[in-house]
Design a protein around this ligand. Structure first.
Ligand code: DX5
Ligand code: ZN
Length: 222
């Protein structure tokens, strides 16, 4: 699958989110929005009202990453609001099949995220319910952390499982993705790349997206 880049607004200026979205419009594929509730992760960001406002403010499809304790309760509302993709965490969902189906029925792509210590093989049977598998390459909660390269074998295993099941599921990587690490992620099989500090910490965010895409695409073809 062609490389997709999903800049994370966690590293953007929260007082000017609409403008920050505009900086990558027309160049990024998605806008990655990290919803954190201070329970599932030790950080608090934003929720449904801000996502609803962002949906009106940008033409980019929104990729909601829910780092919250009760995704079963909240995920369908993000899909109903118009998010293009809604990702729930394996460690938080109590009824993942029901919730993934509810996301799809509300018209969004269903995403399923795995923390660094969560094995991918265990979830193989859920792949038919998943449109995008997210392998975290940092412990979730904060932007700007160091990429955990011990996760690269898990990414490769995830890619192999996806291929075994027909190759339709997108494989997203999130955490420490930058010009230094994106090629290794692409080689391991990722095709959707979240980048927060590498995009919003750059002087020219659009150029950063462009450069990341070029590096990933070249590594994918190698
Ligand atoms: C971390 C979030 C990420 C974060 C990534 O828990 O899920 O989306 O914004 O930030 P960087 O790219 O700076 O590691
Ligand atoms: Zn994220």
């Amino acid at each position: 699958m062609a490389v997709q880049i999903s800049p994370s607004i966690l590293s953007a200026d929260f007082s000017r989110l609409a403008d920050e979205a505009t900086r990558v419009e027309g160049i990024a594929d998605w806008l990655h929005v990290d919803v954190m509730d201070n329970h599932f992760v030790p950080n608090l960001t934003l929720g449904l009202p801000i996502v609803e406002s962002l949906l009106k403010a940008t033409s980019l499809p929104i990729d909601c990453h829910l780092m919250i304790e009760s995704p079963d309760r909240w995920a369908p509302s993000y899909a109903e609001a118009g998010a293009g993709s809604v990702t729930i965490h394996a460690e938080a969902a109590k009824a993942p099949v029901r919730t993934l189906r509810a996301i799809r029925s509300a018209g969004a792509r269903s995403g399923f995220a795995l923390n660094p210590a969560t094995p991918v093989d265990y979830y193989e049977d859920l792949l038919p319910e998943i449109d995008m598998l997210l392998v975290m390459t940092v412990e979730p909660g904060f932007g700007g952390q160091k990429f955990l390269d011990v996760m690269l074998p898990k990414l490769s295993r995830a890619r192999a499982l996806i291929e075994k099941h027909g190759g339709e599921v997108w494989l997203q990587v999130d955490g420490g993705v930058s010009a230094e690490t994106i090629e290794r992620c692409a080689e391991a099989g990722a095709d959707v790349f979240v980048a927060g500090s590498a995009v919003y910490g750059a002087e020219d965010a659009a150029k950063a997206v462009h450069d990341l895409r070029a590096l990933a695409a070249a590594a994918q073809q190698a």
